[in-house]
Design a protein around this ligand. Sequence first.
Ligand SMILES: [Zn+2]
Ligand SMILES: [Zn+2]
Length: 271
Amino acid sequence: MSLRFRVLGSGSGGNATLVEGGGARVLLDAGLGPRQLAERLASAGVDPASLDAVLLSHEHGDHARGAAAFSAKWGVPLALTTGTFRAAGLAAAKLPAWAEIVAGETHTIRRLAVRAVAVPHDAAAPVAFVVSAGSASLGHATDLGHLSRGLVEALRGCDALLVESNYDPAMLRDGPYPWSLKERILGPFGHLSNEDVGRLLRRGLGEACRTVVLAHLSQKNNHPELALQAAEESLERAGRRDVGVALAPPDGTGWIAVRASRARHGQLRLF
Ligand SMILES: [Zn+2]
Ligand SMILES: [Zn+2]
């Protein structure tokens, strides 16, 4: 069973990731407008109506902006926590259907397993996702103020990781944002810095991980080169030459395949 993903949008302009596996096709977040989402799906060769679900991590506009209109236009159900549903004001929306996601639980869509993991962020009930098809799994974690033990544990078994590398601390401190906003971003319910991601890669990365995608970079408080350099240095220090690292640009990536690593299962292929 194969698993692959493709970032359709990343950063404050709008976040969405397309994931295919286990006979299912889902969007993680829908922070682009419905037309733009449909266009980016078309460039990936995907009919929007063929999606099984749109899963939302939390209600902030850069993750949820297009969700209701996209869902209604293409008849694709939403899946989200009750807290996100309420905070996004979706009770009044004309949705074809929606299903509740519960943090700490694993949900299945066809043969795709999606585990929701609570994350510390200034939203009603935000979650990260661990998506698995067969023995391959992808961890998808954006918008979190710090690396909680529960999240690090959940990501440890993943073969690929998409994680936010939102800001460079010095750029944020010296940058144009008002201090109240800087405090929010730097705080325990804000966003992860390049340094936070570095710590995750040095201390929390599981043996199975082979691919790291840095996402949700701030255009004002970060440079792609700084984020990449911090991640590469951390992997180097951890002796992880087996891990490839890439950036998710604002307008997305191509397809990225997730392969189950032998390390997680301790099995040797004989034939
Ligand atoms: Zn965001
Ligand atoms: Zn957010």
